[in-house]
Design a protein around this ligand. Structure first.
Ligand code: RP5
Length: 196
């Protein structure tokens, strides 16, 4: 199997394996990648399809632990069996991200991932971008039990998030600033001069 490079830009060994059923899932799963990057969590990302490349999936999941992976995040859409099949082939925690499907807006993905029969769990996140971000945060929280620096990174992420909300408590004021910026952008400079 090709060794994946860490997308964090450093040579640290990947702790999270981000897999997805298709390149079309990347639009969603790149939010997982971005969040892991922001937290400084080394990870690898690759397309592994449960139905198009089942042997690759089995190899990936069954060798993940010995390669140093500690959490797997699997994103898939439609009849989304990738997270469940991955979970069946490893003892590592597997987090599933339901990708929004065209036909059923991701409800099919959500139910396929969440409704695992008792015995093989998949921690299921929300559909789409929110789930992709939260999968990274949850993976970091799991890793944080063992890796102190990741725990601190999660704490700092929460602090930044809280500060952002507290800095703009008035929704009406925020809206006014947003529309002022938008109107400046959409009005040609010559018109702005005349009005002034
Ligand atoms: C699943 O089928 C993938 O996870 C993807 O969400 C969905 C559609 O795949 P493509 O037909 O776009 O490759 O396996």
């Amino acid at each position: 199997m090709t060794k994946q490079r860490s997308k964090t830009g450093n040579s640290a060994k990947s702790l999270v394996g981000v897999i997805m059923g298709s390149t079309s899932d990347w639009e969603t799963m790149e939010h997982t990648a971005k969040t892991l990057q922001e937290l400084g969590v080394p990870f690898e990302a690759r397309v592994v399809s449960a139905h198009r490349t089942p042997d690759t999936l089995f190899e990936y999941a069954s060798t993940a632990e010995e390669r140093g992976i500690e959490v797997i995040i699997a994103g898939a859409g439609g009849a989304a069996h990738l997270p469940g099949m991955a979970a069946a082939k490893t003892l590592l925690p597997v987090l599933g991200v339901p990708v929004e499907s065209k036909a059923l807006k991701g409800l099919d993905s959500l139910l396929s991932i969440a409704q695992m029969p008792g015995g093989i769990p998949v921690g299921t996140l929300a559909i789409g971008k929110a789930g992709a971000i939260n999968a990274a945060l949850l993976a970091a929280a799991i890793l944080g039990n063992k890796h102190g620096e990741i725990r601190e990174a999660v704490r700092k992420f929460r602090d930044r998030q809280m500060a952002k909300v507290l800095a703009a408590p008035d929704p009406a004021a925020a809206k006014t600033v947003e529309s002022a910026i938008a109107s400046t952008k959409s009005t040609p400079a010559s018109n702005r001069k005349k009005r002034g």
